[in-house]
Design a protein around this ligand. Sequence first.
Ligand code: RB5
Length: 145
Amino acid sequence: MNIITVALASDHAGFALKEELKSEILEMGLKCLDLGTDNLDSVDYPDFGRAVADALVEGRAERGVLVCGTGIGISIAANRVAGVRAAVCHDATTARLAREHNDANVLALGARIVGGEVAKDCLHAFLSSPFDGGERHLRRVVKLG
Ligand code: RB5
């Protein structure tokens, strides 16, 4: 799938990293659909995980990126939407394998867990790695529903 637009969102804990990643996405020549949050005021991560998930299933973006404190809560929220496969990644290897093996369409990051440079490595690996497409991987992804 050709990536044109990346949907991006965070809660307050992920706001600063989200802004860094937005610049990175734009520098990569991609469009960025920023779904908030817009400042450091406390918000609820499920609202933002859901916003990116909805953007994906409605075809407004081909990939999503989510950031909260750990990446966990916001990925759980996104994964409750059918067709969304959000993967919490901690380095370029987990980001690459989330694409190659799991055909993940949302990258989730923990701003309190990974630094900015590692997060950018994750972003580049996630956006540049294709799904492996092998029979066993496809069978397993189909079973995810
Ligand atoms: C917010 O304090 C924090 O709970 C949230 O960002 C996230 O880490 C939840 O999974």
